[in-house]
Ligand binder design. Structure first.
Ligand code: NAP
Length: 477
């Protein structure tokens, strides 16, 4: 039953706000109340959206105009950080202070993309460097890849959507977006802002709806030239195999490791782990999940870490004091608690948390875990972190590399030698030194290796993925 604060949302196709015969109910992960009812897209709306996007791209927008629209979106998001933060918090259960940060980062994503639209260029090709090139001039231009299908996860419903939409517009590509069914409202708010900023019809279409219908159209329709996907590894790689002729950019999961060397600043490492293992209840793709600590400082490190974890406030995401809110839904809560039980049954000790209070899993710290346990081997995507000893740097690297994932990793040390060795030995897209692996700013190249993905996001990198290099050769007399 809808509550008084429930909003009614329409989907966005070809510049129109559309109602459909059925709706999705968006529920607060904290209270379970319906926070929005959203028009649900099926295949018909998805096909209409691809038609609109293809039509829009037949009348390209010049770079200056794309950049101006992106700058206006950034300014409007800036004005509405509080409102957008509240929307994120309500639908995703993200603590309000983290939700505001997400909304502020979205401003950066749009303004960085505006800069990329203004800078987009090809290069001259030194074609006369061989005899056969004589009498020619050559250069490249970057052309939009075509209509882009974007599929996004629940955990950053505004800024991860922005990481697809803003560079796509900067590149000159129209987008059909399928947001996560659990968190479609932030994406619809962003579409309204894009419209207000002057984005013409067709360039952006937002279709909340089931993957089996909306994503399927994006896979099947040949006019969709690229799919950009952020979400779980399982879905991402299967999507790529189903769309062999399209460009498919994948930003996927991780089980972030941290190495703590004996000479590390243990207080700093403990503070970073406590914050970045449990921010948004561990539901970021780079949450700290496995902390490997040199055996000789293990007890010292744990004695600093436990009070910091216990001091985190778990509860209502709308409360400014809350550090750790609920996980996205009951089935994930059950799964995470099952994994903790499995670890305990195998001999793991609970150093903190391990219990649920009012639907929120307390930040949970485990010791004595074995590598084959799910909490070590798979992505928990919840507020659970394990502390594990190691005896040599080589062993630490091996343990850190021992999952299928490779997104971001970190080492804490005061010595340059182990830090530099880590940058070579850790098989991850990014290696942080004396910083948490959850650290991200929006301009950096962000993306993983192995099962974690095949691309880099960050406007300067995404715009290259979303454009193709076209060679132009001019014969000179
Ligand atoms: P998910 O279950 O893979 O869903 C992601 C998106 O894919 C949703 O829009 C979902 O739609 C859609 N989807 C589901 N099944 C599909 C299918 N068979 N074909 C096409 N699309 C399909 O992931 P999630 O639970 O929302 O997000 C958590 C995952 O995202 C974690 O693994 C996390 O590590 C990863 N993640 C990665 C990054 C990164 O940048 N590397 C960032 C954030 C999150 P419905 O909602 O309608 O099911």
């Amino acid at each position: 039953m809808a509550t008084a604060s429930t909003t009614v949302e329409r989907l966005y196709v070809d510049g129109e706000w559309v109602e459909t015969d059925s709706v999705l109910e968006v529920r607060s992960p904290y209270s379970g109340e319906v926070v929005a009812t959203v028009a649900r897209s099926g295949k018909e709306e998805a096909r209409r959206a691809v038609d609109a996007a293809a039509r829009a791209m037949r009348e390209p927008l010049p770079a200056w105009q794309r950049a101006d629209i992106l700058d206006r979106v950034a300014a409007l998001v800036q004005e509405r950080v509080e409102e957008l933060g509240r929307t994120i918090s309500a639908e995703a259960g993200k603590p309000i202070k983290s939700a505001r940060v997400e909304a502020s980062r979205c401003v950066n994503t749009y303004s960085l993309s505006a800069g990329e639209a203004r800078r987009l260029s090809g290069e001259s090709v030194p074609i006369t460097g061989t005899q056969s090139g004589h009498g020619h001039i050559a250069w490249t231009v970057r052309v939009p890849v075509g209509v882009i299908g974007a599929i996004t996860p629940f955990n950053f419903p505004l800024n991860l959507v922005a990481h697809k939409l803003a560079p796509a517009l900067a590149a000159g590509c129209a987008v059909v977006l399928k947001p996560a069914s659990q968190t479609p409202v932030s994406a619809l708010r962003l579409a309204a802002i894009c419209e207000e900023a002057g984005l013409p019809p067709g360039w952006l279409n937002v279709l909340p709806g089931p993957a089996s219908e909306v994503a399927e159209v994006l896979v099947e329709d040949e006019r969709v030239r690229m799919i950009t996907f952020t979400g779980s590894s399982e879905v991402g790689w299967s999507l790529r195999s189903r769309a062999p002729q399209k460009k498919v950019a994948l930003e996927l999961g991780n089980a972030s490791p941290v190495l703590v060397e004996a000479d590390a600043d243990l207080d700093l490492a403990a503070q970073k782990v406590a914050t970045h293992a449990f921010a948004y209840a561990g539901q970021t793709c780079v949450s700290v999940q496995r902390v490997y600590v040199r055996r000789e400082v293990l007890d010292d490190f744990v004695s600093r870490l436990v009070p910091k974890v216990e001091a985190l406030r778990a509860g209502d995401p709308a409360d400014d004091a809350t550090d750790v809110g609920p996980v996205i839904d009951a089935s994930n809560r059950e799964r995470i608690l099952d994994w903790v039980e499995e670890a305990k049954a195998g001999g793991a000790r609970v150093l903190a948390g391990g219990v649920e209070e009012n639907g929120v899993i307390r930040p949970t710290l485990l010791a004595d875990v074995a590598p084959e346990m799910k909490v070590c081997r798979q992505e928990v995507f919840g507020p659970v972190c394990s502390v594990i000893p190691y005896d040599s740097l080589e062993e630490g690297f091996e343990l850190a590399n021992s999952t299928e994932y490779g997104l971001q990793a970190a080492i804490f040390t005061r010595s340059i030698g182990p830090a530099v060795r880590a940058t070579g030995a850790l098989e991850f897209g990014s290696v942080m030194i004396n910083e948490a692996p959850e650290w991200r700013v929006d301009q950096m190249p962000y993306g993983g290796t192995k099962a974690s993905g095949n691309t880099k996001e960050g406007p300067a990198y995404t715009i290259r993925e979303m454009t193709e290099e076209r060679l132009v050769v001019l014969a000179t007399p």
